[in-house]
Design a protein around this ligand. Structure first.
Ligand code: 13P
Length: 286
């Protein structure tokens, strides 16, 4: 069944866990996420990052599949737009039946981010959907791949707890994506997380915290972040990378013709395994 981000994060809060939010770019990805969540009987978030992944598949196509399959699922599923870039994209997701949207105004001035996010909250309310927004800045462009080693420079992008509290009070968002040391994609050096900052932001804002850039974080750090109030963890790169490695291995063993349908099935098998392993960590299951 489809439920909103607000509702799924209430489950997370009650159980002191984080809900896995997996980005999907293919039908096999959607199938793998739902199969993993159903086998473990855990809630899950299916998300599409149109800004990053529209070159692989259009939101109209994958979004309809996400909503349809989520509705038929036996576990609670939130269908979410990741890193919504503008109102048109947000509206498109809501029209498709997404139960949650992220509006990412993190590169704008504070005042513009507040004004745009508030407008998105009003729009989403009309559809009964939730809203995630971002304060602070995280992303490979900012520092990781640029190879910045100046820790002060890196930390200057982290979310300021007081500013986050003002942002949440003025916008009424359901969840807040924060910067505390994670980045999207592959880490060029081991991440050093400011875990205490999470607790401070959680306390001052009163809303669940979202971790972006889940790939490459240790199980121990995941658990520490969850203890401090992280309730949604975005995860994509490692599932895609592991599926690619698995397909490569299978192809190396294959003699004769290679059929695309086999590649799709191998991809789904690998992603399902990665998703199950990840959900187990976030839900503290053995
Ligand atoms: P990774 O690709 O680093 O796991 O991050 C995913 C993400 O944060 C999507 O918003």
């Amino acid at each position: 069944m489809i439920i909103s981000l607000g509702a799924i994060l209430e489950i997370a809060e009650a159980r002191n866990i984080a809900i896995a939010a997996f980005n999907v770019t293919t039908l096999e990805g959607v199938e793998a996420v739902l199969a993993a969540a159903e086998e473990l009987n855990q809630p899950v978030i299916l998300q599409f990052a149109n800004a990053a992944h529209s070159g692989f598949i259009s939101m109209d196509v994958i979004g309809s599949v996400m909503v349809d399959m989520a509705e038929k699922s036996t576990v609670p599923v939130c269908v979410h737009l990741d890193h919504g870039a503008n109102f048109a994209e947000v509206q498109q997701a809501l029209e498709l039946g997404f139960s949650s949207v992220m509006y990412d105004g993190s590169t704008l001035s504070f005042a513009e981010n507040v004004a745009n996010t508030r407008a998105v909250v009003e729009l989403a309310e009309a559809y009964g959907a939730s809203v995630e927004a971002e304060i602070g800045s995280m992303g490979r462009e900012e520092f990781a791949s640029a190879g910045a080693d100046d820790q002060d420079e890196i930390e200057s992008c982290y979310t300021d707890p007081d500013q986050a509290a003002e942002f949440v009070a003025e916008t009424g968002v359901d969840a807040l994506a924060c910067s505390f040391g994670t980045v999207h994609g592959i880490y060029v050096k081991a991440p050093k997380l400011d875990i205490e900052r999470i607790g401070e932001i959680r306390e001052k804002t009163g809303v669940p915290i979202v971790m972006h850039g889940g790939s490459g974080i240790s199980d121990e750090d995941f658990r520490k972040c969850i203890e401090q109030g992280v309730r949604k963890i975005n995860f994509y790169t490692y599932a895609a990378k592991d599926a690619g490695a698995y397909i490569k291995e299978k192809l190396n063993q294959q003699e004769g013709n290679v059929y695309f349908h086999d590649i799709a099935v191998w991809g789904r098998e690998s992603m399902k395994k990665t998703y199950m392993d990840t959900i187990k960590v976030f839900s503290d299951l053995k």
